[in-house]
Design a binder for this molecule. Structure first.
Ligand SMILES: CC(C)(COP(=O)(O)OP(=O)(O)OC[C@H]1O[C@@H](n2cnc3c(N)ncnc32)[C@H](O)[C@@H]1OP(=O)(O)O)[C@@H](O)C(=O)NCCC(=O)NCCS
Length: 156
């Protein structure tokens, strides 16, 4: 697992469309942001967030991204694993890695749709708790949080 560079963005966008297709079908909305994001938009996002990638034999298999805000919360998102490689622990490993890369911090935040019970189960297993539910357009979203390491300093 390594940090992605700008040249990885087309492959990450391709994987994103592939991985989130099932999510779009399960929530009944083929226009969810991961499916409509353009190359230009992901390039702009890359300026603000840390992107991690996992490659095997030169092929992108998984990715995740996140950033730490000005009050110390780490926001994690767009966790994705190639559909043929899901259920092997890669998503969990990526979550551990991005938490490590973004820490030390006050805590971590992530969201998913309420219909994605598998995702919620995964995040809860990783120590996240649901703290809010909110309607975003026609979809109900679930917001989860996990405490950061309070023993580490914030001034890095
Ligand atoms: C969610 C996702 C990243 C999990 O990655 P993964 O490598 O399959 O996850 P792990 O193997 O570490 O953990 C498996 C757990 O993930 C969850 N999960 C969610 N969708 C899954 C899927 N399609 N296949 C397998 N596990 C899935 C389940 O909780 C599963 O645990 P279970 O066996 O108790 O059901 C991956 O399924 C994916 O890319 N999904 C599509 C994109 C998406 O919804 N991303 C999350 C956005 S918030």
């Amino acid at each position: 697992m390594t940090r992605a560079s700008q040249t990885d963005l087309p492959a990450i966008l391709k994987l994103q469309r592939l991985a989130f297709d099932s999510e779009a079908v399960s929530v009944g909305d083929l226009t969810i942001p991961p499916l409509t994001q353009t190359l230009e938009e992901i390039e702009a996002e890359f300026e603000l967030r840390l992107f991690l990638k996992l490659e095997e034999s030169g092929n992108l298999v998984a990715s995740v991204r996140g950033h730490k805000d000005e009050v110390g919360w780490a926001h994690v998102g767009r966790l994705m694993v190639h559909p043929t490689r899901q259920g092997e622990g890669l998503g969990s490993n990526l979550m551990h890695e991005i938490e490590h890369e973004l820490g030390p911090c006050r805590g971590f935040k992530i969201f998913t749709s309420a219909a994605s019970t598998g995702n919620i189960r995964l995040y809860e297993r990783l120590g996240y708790c649901v703290f809010a539910r909110e309607k975003v357009g026609a979809l109900e979203m679930v917001f989860l949080t996990k405490e950061g390491d309070e023993h580490e300093s914030f001034d890095d």
